[in-house]
Ligand binder design. Structure first.
Ligand SMILES: NC(=O)C1=CN([C@@H]2O[C@H](COP(=O)(O)OP(=O)(O)OC[C@H]3O[C@@H](n4cnc5c(N)ncnc54)[C@H](OP(=O)(O)O)[C@@H]3O)[C@@H](O)[C@H]2O)[C@@H](O)CC1
Ligand SMILES: Nc1ncnc2c1ncn2[C@@H]1O[C@H](COP(=O)(O)OP(=O)(O)O)[C@@H](O)[C@H]1O
Ligand SMILES: [K+]
Length: 511
């Protein structure tokens, strides 16, 4: 699914009005009625107090339409007009009049702190103050109102966007932003819904298809995509009946050191679980017995170093090499990586200490085979590209780095971002149960396996990140977040692949 900017959405809006020959008021009615339907489906007529805070632009107009339908269906609704300006939009005004037709309870105006209502824990608050039209941070009494709503512990539903969030920049540390429990957003997800600095404001997320012009949307240029089941399935290559293990790639996993042999075991297990035909490990001697016992399906080659990697078998051939898990950053190991890079032309996967070695020995970056995949978590990323001012700046810096060295970078996190030159793919699977030791090692194995099987490295990264998250979701659904171990993620990769073909349970996006 494409992620669109506020400007692109406004254009789609304009084209839709022309092509469908409808007024903007009709489009607002359509969009807000979809919101009403979602609320009505969930509340089923429950007599809870609903407090709707409407701005005076079109986001506020949506709020008024929602209010009208809720009142007509017998809900207990109080409407507040947050009068931050007298420049009310036409569609706001039209719906203000229409509200008169269904209620004698006139909306309450809020113009200053004294006008604030009481908001109680059991209230259902609808935030329709600002949407994509916010153009400066929320300040003054408006900020106090946002704080009052946030502190109320009422359930907060944000319409289109939590008020205070911009679609294209970070609001800043002292800015007021609604912290929603749920966001119902129109037509396309916005980038800020997935960034570490802003995702917590969004709560659960659902995108409503409000029927903007299909042709315009499919032709619109966006280089940022949200990757869910549909996108992952489109990348998947089925296995052929008439095939043998030689068709599914030989993955070589290089890493491990004394006390950290488990990491390569996890990577190799996940490579095989993702479908590699063959998997070999190259490790220091101390791990030999553990690996041969722990994963009899893999072949194990040992370095001459007892506890550390110090070389690379130059005449060994494989379809992909994955380097770094548990490897440490000793000088001998730096030289082993140098030797490996000098002898490898096909794309590699570099993770963990492999990334730390690259950060400290930057000449090695130029030796990396083009289109290799790097999988840093935020700490490793910072060492690699330096610090960033905010998440938008981080994305720009990662794009520069990707372009400069011709690499695909997977920035791991709650939503992992795969960045390949100009393109950004945001993953939408996974859960906090995956914040556990070794889950990154499992991810490297998935991506390496897919590259070995012939996937383009960027596709391997995007599909691999999705499958990894989905395997984590399956594990968590069986045993709960806290109990998920990295090994459980590896165990469920097969099921994650099978689930690509299942009907989606619901159309809501995850956050
Ligand atoms: N796209 C679609 O397809 C559809 C979109 N729809 C809906 O329209 C929404 C966008 O509506 P919108 O453009 O009227 O903007 P909105 O968010 O209501 O706010 C604008 C007002 O805020 C003001 N203002 C800004 N910042 C401020 C601040 N910090 N503090 C104080 N004031 C501030 C600004 O005034 P000014 O800058 O001139 O002072 C202006 O008056 C969108 O999110 C969705 O809900 C649907 O109805 C149908 C389909
Ligand atoms: N809250 C979360 N939601 C979704 N995925 C997560 C979450 N926390 C961690 N993950 C995933 O788990 C993995 C953790 O990797 P990493 O930090 O390298 O762990 P390790 O170094 O222990 O192997 C990444 O793929 C990341 O995206
Ligand atoms: K809003």
């Amino acid at each position: 699914m494409k992620i669109l900017t506020a400007k692109q959405l406004a254009n789609a809006d304009k084209v839709t009005l022309e092509k469908q020959d409808i007024t903007s008021e009709e489009l607002m009615e359509r969009a807000a009625t979809l919101v009403f339907n979602e609320i009505h489906n969930r509340l089923q007529g429950a007599p809870i107090p609903i407090k709707i805070f409407c701005g005076i632009g079109n986001n506020g107009g949506d709020g008024l339409v929602i209010a009208r339908h809720l009142i007509q269906h017998g809900y207990h609704v109080t409407v507040f007009v947050v009068n931050y300006s007298d420049k009310r939009s036409d569609d706001f005004l039209a719906n203000y009049d229409k509200l008169k037709e269904v209620t004698r309870d006139w909306p309450q105006l809020i113009k200053k702190t004294d006008d604030f209502p009481e908001i109680n824990t059991g209230d259902f608050v609808i935030d329709a103050m600002f949407g994509i039209g916010l153009n400066r941070p929320i300040k003054g009494w408006l900020a106090d109102l946002v704080e009052l709503i946030n502190k109320s512990q009422a359930f907060i539903l944000a319409i289109d966007m939590p008020s205070g969030l911009f679609s294209d920049k970070i609001p800043g540390n002292d800015a007021a932003v609604i912290k929603a429990n749920f966001t119902l957003s129109f037509q396309a997800p916005k980038l800020v819904f997935f960034l570490p600095e802003t995702m917590d404001y969004v709560g659960d997320l659902q995108i409503l298809d409000i029927g903007l012009d299909r042709e315009f949307l499919s032709n619109i240029q966006s280089k940022v995509y949200l990757v869910g089941q549909e996108e992952a399935l489109s990348l998947y290559k089925p296995r052929k009946a008439n095939s043998h293990k030689g068709d599914y790639g030989h993955a070589l996993i290089v890493g491990g050191s004394y006390g950290k042999i488990g990491s390569v075991l996890l990577t190799a297990t996940s490579a095989l679980k993702t479908g590699s035909g063959l998997c070999s490990l190259y490790i220091p001697k101390c791990g030999y017995h553990a690996l041969q016992t722990g994963l009899p399906e893999a072949m194990v080659l040992t370095d001459e170093g007892e506890e550390l990697l110090s070389s690379f078998p130059a005449d060994f051939t494989s379809d992909v090499v994955c380097f770094g898990m548990g490897a440490g950053t000793a000088n001998e190991t730096v030289e082993a990586l140098r030797e490996l890079l000098e002898n490898t032309n096909s794309p590699m996967v570099i993770d963990a200490d492999g990334l730390n070695i690259l950060s400290k020995n930057r000449d090695l970056l130029n030796l990396l085979p083009k289109n290799s995949v790097l999988t840093p978590h935020p700490g490793e990323l910072k060492r690699l590209i330096g610090d960033w001012a905010d998440d938008f700046d981080k994305l720009e810096k990662v794009r520069d780095f990707s372009r400069k060295y011709g690499l695909t970078i997977v920035v791991k996190g709650a939503h992992s971002f795969t960045i390949d030159r100009e393109e950004t793919y945001i993953n939408n699977s996974g859960n906090p149960g995956m914040a556990t030791a070794g889950s990154g090692d499992v991810l490297s194995g998935v991506i390496a396996s897919l590259i070995g099987q012939g996937y383009e490295p960027v596709s391997a990264a995007v599909l691999g990140v999705f499958l990894h998250g989905s395997a984590g979701d399956i594990a968590a659904s069986k045993i709960g977040y806290e109990s998920v171990l990295a090994g459980d993620i590896a165990k469920n990769i097969g099921k994650a692949i099978r689930d690509l073909f299942q009907e989606p349970v619901h159309d809501s996006e995850k956050n």
